[in-house]
Design a protein around this ligand. Structure first.
Ligand SMILES: [Fe+2]
Length: 388
């Protein structure tokens, strides 16, 4: 059996740098702030990552610059002290925010639009639209609350290298001036489109219990998917949920897709074709980003369905690799290296869980997974919306 390699030493590729090795504007900016910058291939637990005071923002913060972000997307931690409130900040880019832990309140407003206040808790996801001012409060007096932000500041700063162009500038976004309340704040509701279930809005209550999903047939493993779209935003994402005892097919695409785990335990393997594999162990609060055109494959080893949230990417970074012998940029089960299945089964055995991967899936690239009859017909009963 081939050995799975844990890459023990982080070997950065050219990252956030120009050809001469000089940091791009975004990299120069975050280095200048003196805050922790966490690098590597993955973050095993963003809930415990080191943060430090960011006085202008009146919070603790850290930056996450994983290899797969390649100067494309930003991930940034905000930690709000017990009972604390951050400074009101206007930011010129759409900012997706996921709650790693804690309970709190966001107040969001724009010129000409009244203030909106909404509550969030663990595993909530929301989008603050570009040009809005936002302020976060921790509703608990006994523990910090922790958020992770995702946006495209590295790309934006390559176009305009001054951060003050994006923070607290005078520009008013026209759609906000028109009192577009949906853009400022709306609870997600189901829409047609995507792969069968698209949820559209600024606010998703708790991704660990979100159940408005549909079968995701292309990627195997008997998994389900929900597409996430934000009002008037180029950002978005999806969440996949896949059953006990299963894993998904390997696939690859462009950089910058930030993956966060709302629930379950498992691991992912990431590799560039022909190169060493990186094993990413994950559980709630883990984060990782598949590097540009690296294959990645997700494995559930928990006794419950596992789920991951994938944010992004920008449309221009989505294109796949040259097709070659991988017509769908995907490795079908019969074509994968045998050690993949063996490694999965040995990890399950350690936890007393049985594989539910059917033999037939390894013999037939067109193997049809069994979904409940209602799902086969796309019955709305499975699209009832968020639970809990
Ligand atoms: Fe992916």
């Amino acid at each position: 059996m081939a050995q799975v390699q844990m890459k023990s030493v982080y070997e950065p590729q050219r990252f956030s740098q120009d050809r001469r090795g000089k940091l791009l504007p975004y990299g120069q900016w975050i280095e200048s702030l003196g805050l922790p910058i966490h690098r590597g291939y993955f973050i095993e637990d963003a809930r415990t990552l080191e943060v430090a005071p960011w006085p202008e923002m009146e919070c603790n913060a850290a930056f996450i610059e994983l290899e797969g972000m390649k100067g494309v997307s930003e991930a940034r931690i905000t930690e709000i002290p017990p009972g604390g409130t951050t400074a009101p900040v206007k930011f010129g880019l759409d900012d997706a925010v996921y709650v790693l832990e804690g309970n709190g309140i966001t107040t969001v407003w724009a010129e000409g639009v009244g203030k909106k206040t909404f509550e969030w808790g663990p595993r909530s996801l929301f989008l603050i639209p570009q040009g809005a001012t936002r302020q976060y409060s921790n509703a608990r007096g006994d523990r910090p609350a922790r958020l992770v932000h995702n946006n495209y500041m590295p790309v934006a700063m390559s176009m305009y290298p001054d951060p003050s162009f994006f923070y607290d500038n005078a520009y008013e976004v026209p759609s906000l001036l028109e009192a577009n309340e949906e853009e400022l704040y709306s609870v997600a509701s189901r829409r047609e489109g995507g792969r069968g279930a698209t949820w559209h809005g600024n606010f998703f209550t708790d991704l660990a219990v979100w159940d408005g999903l549909v079968p995701h047939r292309q990627r195997g493993g008997g998994g389900h998917v929900v597409d996430i779209s934000f009002p008037n935003s180029g950002m978005g994402g999806h969440m996949s949920v896949f059953p006990v005892g299963t894993y998904k097919k390997a696939h690859r695409h462009g950089p910058g897709v930030v993956i966060i785990i709302p629930g379950g335990e498992g691991f992912s393997i990431m590799w560039q074709e022909g190169e060493e594999q990186i094993v990413v162990p994950w559980h709630e609060g883990s984060m990782f980003v598949p590097p540009n055109q690296w294959f990645h494959q997700h494995f559930n080893v928990s006794k419950m369905p596992a789920r991951y949230l994938a944010l992004g990417p920008l449309q221009q970074t989505r294109p796949s690799a040259a097709k070659g012998d991988r017509p769908n940029d995907q490795i079908e089960y019969p074509e994968e290296a045998p050690w993949i299945r063996e490694h999965f089964e040995s990890e399950l055995a350690k936890r007393g869980v049985e594989s539910l991967m059917p033999d037939g899936a390894y013999k037939d690239v067109n193997y049809k997974w069994t979904y409940d009859a209602g799902e086969e017909q796309g019955a709305d009963i499975y699209l009832a919306g968020p639970a809990g």
